[in-house]
Write a protein that binds this ligand. Structure first.
Ligand code: PLP
Length: 439
């Protein structure tokens, strides 16, 4: 009997009692390969001695000091490190406790920016269908996952959703990927013109869509055109890298691969690698200056911003990633994972698409490859795949989304950056068995 309101009240959970490297262990001592890092969180795997040592040392020195009185050494050091490696102009960072808070902070920064610079008429948000930006009300409003939003709609601020950039579903026959990318981006300009661009403050998008669509990267040229459109109409670009950022795709930030820098960039999961709850919102010097030269404050703040323990853990995680050149392993193992997935599922009757970047891969499951028809929601295929995988010692994150209003099933793979080729092979083998058993 549990006294916790768990996510799924009627699905009993095993108790995780330990973790080492890429494996998690339950109360019966069974081992699971953490093939999705939870939900793309555990980038270093579990029990890394350097992170544990950094946490011990920080707990010994200082666990907490309120930010209206003090800053702290780990927070300052982490900020310095992050902005040094950030895309152009993202010169400042704001620390929070997770992804939703980081998105909320970005939305409020966008709004306050326009108030500070004398454009208070800009308050509208444009975002995309089939996106996920978090579960707090502002982030949920920006997200385009109807299943998550439906019952809370009366509480959500108005957001204007355009079609996602999702080549497998929306690229037309005969259209190149680059042509599709430009056509998908045009939806943004059309929406801005419809709303009146002077009323819009920000466009929000995930460079590689995670939780709702299963690692769908932007088509070639899409984000560049989006950046141009935002600049043309004075709209801020928020790229949500909460899931796809911090090295997951093989570069520190996913948007680097698209040659684009946003104005605001929330990150979270891989920042602290699960060792502590932490998120961050990067902001450009232009936005910082508007606050600094205007009201002199950011009208926001939670009790746990810049938490010293969280910052110390994230700093240690980021130092290990750099010192051990783990992004090289993300690239190499990402290629290996893609190759193995293609070998195993390339002709599978129920695998419609294999996509992603680096160690962030999605497998889309369809009833019929020819028509791309998804499985009936009543089958609850996601849950079945997850259960069958767990039975085989594999923890994978089933990402469910809505495709043209119909539920769709995907499996998201996001293993720790330390993974080796043999473990990748085992993941693909167990996933194959789990899919065959579930479908
Ligand atoms: N944004 C994206 C792209 C996400 O994938 C998520 C979580 O999955 C969030 C925001 C919300 O992050 P959190 O669950 O840490 O609040």
């Amino acid at each position: 009997m549990t006294r916790i309101l768990h996510r799924q009240i009627h699905a009993p959970l095993r108790t995780a009692t330990g973790g080492r490297g890429v494996e998690l262990f339950d109360q019966e001592g069974r081992a699971y390969i953490d093939a999705s890092g939870g939900a793309a969180v555990s980038c270093l795997g579990h029990g890394h001695p350097d992170v544990i040592a950094a946490l011990h040392a920080q707990a010994d020195r200082l666990a907490y000091a309120h930010t209206s009185f003090f800053t702290s050494e780990p927070a300052e050091a982490l900020a310095e490190r992050l902005v040094t490696d950030a895309p152009a102009d993202l010169d400042y960072v704001y620390f929070v406790s997770g992804g939703s808070e980081a998105v909320e902070a970005a939305l409020k920064m966008a709004r306050q920016y326009f108030v500070e610079i004398g454009q208070p008429g800009r308050s509208r948000i444009v975002a995309r269908r089939q996106s996920y930006h978090g579960n707090t009300l502002g982030a949920l409003a920006a997200g385009g996952n109807e299943w998550r939003r439906a019952q809370f709609r009366p509480l959500l601020i108005e957001t204007h959703h355009i079609d996602p950039c999702y080549a497998y579903r929306y690229q037309r026959p005969g259209e190149s990927e680059a042509e599709y990318g430009l056509r998908a981006a045009q939806a943004l300009e059309d929406k801005l013109l419809e709303l009146g661009p002077e009323t819009v403050m920000a466009f929000v998008a995930e460079p590689v869509v995670g939780a709702t669509a299963g690692a769908v990267p932007a088509a070639t040229g899409y984000l560049r055109r989006v950046r141009e459109i935002c600049d043309r109409y004075g709209v801020l670009l928020i790229l949500d890298e909460v899931m796809c950022g911090m090295g997951r795709t093989g570069t520190l930030h996913a948007c680097e691969q698209d040659g684009v820098a946003p104005d605001l960039m929330p990150v979270a999961k891989g920042l602290g690698g699960g060792y502590q709850p932490i998120g961050a919102t990067f902001l450009s010097g232009r936005i910082y200056d508007a606050f600094a030269n205007g009201s002199g404050l950011f009208q926001h703040g939670h009790t746990y911003i810049c938490h010293p323990m969280a910052c110390a853990a994230a700093l240690a995680v980021q130092e290990v990633i750099a010192r051990e050149n783990l992004l090289d392993n993300v690239k190499a193992m990402g290629r290996h994972l893609r190759r193995r997935l293609t070998e195993r599922f390339g002709n599978h009757p129920h695998v419609g698409d294999i996509r992603g970047r680096g160690l962030f891969m999605g497998v889309e499951l369809v009833e019929d490859r020819g028509s791309k028809a998804p499985f009936a929601p009543a089958l609850k295929l996601n849950g079945r795949v997850k259960r069958e995988a767990m039975e085989r010692g594999l923890a994978v994150y089933p990402a469910g989304g809505t495709i043209d209003g119909v539920h769709g099933d995907h499996v998201l793979l996001a293993p720790p950056f330390i993974i080796d080729a043999a473990t990748v092979d085992t993941i693909v083998e167990r996933l194959g068995e789990a899919l065959d058993a579930a479908i």
